[in-house]
Write a protein that binds this ligand. Structure first.
Ligand code: ATP
Ligand code: MG
Length: 429
């Protein structure tokens, strides 16, 4: 029989790695709570139309990366429907915001999510077909202050704090403004016109993008194209006064808070829905896939998918890339258990389980050996996973006085069963 394997671009995360994943998620949840964000969980699949409209038909995501299928009707009352595994979570969050009329509270909604996303891309380091994003959105009616540059600055400051608390040193924040919904078409025309004379000398992808989505030319990584791209008009010169003011206020708030950033005129991002502030945090340790996270403002997205006016700003971090970055920065930490209980003979197995139960219920981490093991084997097994070994023979079971050996000091002591938890806790530091 052929052996079955995980699908290309998907991975199993084993316990050696999931500890780090859980730490990242716990840190993110703790930071989000301090900034008054609540968690939202949306379905992993949605109506294909949500992404076609919300992300944009012209984007790489929608045009070539989505997992889409025709979901057959199971009953007369059902229709066959085109469904898609979510390639990103902002569209789903905004759909939920509209569906549950969250705007009617008049309050700003601060929502975060953690979960898998799916894109059919060429798998490589830091790029998978199922990957996990940690993201957040601040969205609400204009009267709640959702358009304010303070919100942009707060989100960016929160990200700087989160990355610092995760222990990711050396991140770079790249910042730009792509202007309002009216600035962008103006710039696209300027860009299209400027490209006419040079695009013939550029790569085939750029030649295609110049026709379909000229903004994407700015994303091109082909080295020979770079001088042409650097000479193209900058989007900053097409912004109206209101967008310039908005951006200046975002920068001023970041300066005041001491959050460092770099202005990047080419940062226009792949998604059609962005307006005004766009940003990326990158890290040198990631190589070619150097973006840790991306985000921006999306003032027109809600209306694009049939909702009320609800400006917003958000980001999505690649959790897989956070893990890769941290794995490169820190040596793996091994957490040892408080103790390993070694029953000396199979008759002691039930007593050993009972003792383990007592200690575990008191909050200690315990591994349980087996009475069929020889003493040498028990010691070897214990030394790998725990700070101490507890020997449990017939005498110990009867007297209630146990032999405990601490591996770090080599000291062996007799401890009464009732004092065991306190003894093990005291030896933690
Ligand atoms: P890239 O330019 O790397 O393809 P993107 O612009 O497609 O990124 P976004 O849609 O902005 O990425 O997603 C936000 C973040 O999610 C990225 O910065 C990255 O960290 C992560 N990400 C995106 N696609 C993948 C993937 N296929 N595998 C792992 N992480 C991903
Ligand atoms: Mg991509």
């Amino acid at each position: 029989m052929t052996t079955l394997k995980a699908i290309r671009g998907t991975r199993d995360l084993l316990p050696a790695e999931t500890g780090l994943w859980n730490r990242i998620e716990a840190t993110a949840r703790a930071v989000f709570a301090r900034y008054n964000f609540g968690e939202i969980r949306t379905p992993v699949f949605e109506d294909t139309a949500l992404f076609a409209r919300g992300v944009g038909e012209e984007t790489d995501i929608v045009s070539k990366e989505m997992y889409t299928w025709e979901d057959r009707a199971r009953a007369q009352s059902e229709k066959t429907q085109s469904l898609t595994l979510r390639p990103e979570n902002t569209a789903g969050v905004v759909r939920a915001y509209i569906e549950h009329k969250l705007g009617e509270s008049g309050q700003l909604q601060k929502l975060y999510y953690i979960g898998p996303q799916f894109r059919r891309e060429r798998p490589q380091r830091g790029r998978y077909r199922q990957f996990s994003q940690i993201g957040a959105e601040v969205i609400g009616p204009v009267s709640a202050g959702s358009e304010s540059p303070l919100r942009d600055a707060e989100v960016l400051e929160m990200l700087a704090t989160l990355l610092d608390e995760l222990g990711i040193s050396g991140w770079v924040l790249k910042l730009n403004s792509v202007g309002s919904a009216t600035d962008r078409p103006k710039y696209i025309e300027t860009l299209r016109a400027a490209l006419l004379s040079v695009v013939g000398q550029m790569c085939p992808d750029c030649q295609r993008r110049a026709e379909t989505n000229p903004l994407r030319v700015l994303d091109c990584k082909v080295p020979e194209d770079q001088p042409f791209i650097d000479a193209l008009p900058k989007i900053a010169d097409s912004l109206d006064q209101a967008s310039r003011d908005h951006f200046a206020q975002v920068c001023a708030a970041l300066d005041a808070a001491g959050v460092p950033y770099e202005r990047d005129h080419r940062l226009v991002r792949g998604l059609d829905y962005y307006t005004r502030t766009t940003f990326e945090f990158t890290h040198g340790g990631l190589g070619a896939q150097n973006a840790l996270l991306g985000g921006g403002r999306y003032d027109g997205l809600s209306e694009l998918i049939g909702g009320p006016k609800a400006p917003g700003i958000g980001f999505a971090m690649g959790e897989d890339r956070l893990v890769l970055t941290l794995q490169a920065l820190e040596s793996p930490k091994i957490t040892l258990l408080d103790a390993y209980i070694a029953p000396l003979g199979e008759a002691q197995n039930p007593v050993a389980l009972t003792l383990a139960r007592e200690l575990r219920r008191q909050g200690l981490s315990i591994e349980l050996g087996d009475g069929s093991f020889r003493l040498k084997k028990s010691f070897e097994a214990a030394d790998k996973v725990a700070r101490a070994i507890i020997l449990l023979g017939e005498d110990e079971a009867q007297s209630g006085i146990l032999t405990v050996k601490q591996f770090s000091s080599g000291v062996q002591t007799k401890v009464a069963r009732a004092d065991l938890a306190a003894h093990l806790t005291a030896s933690r530091s």
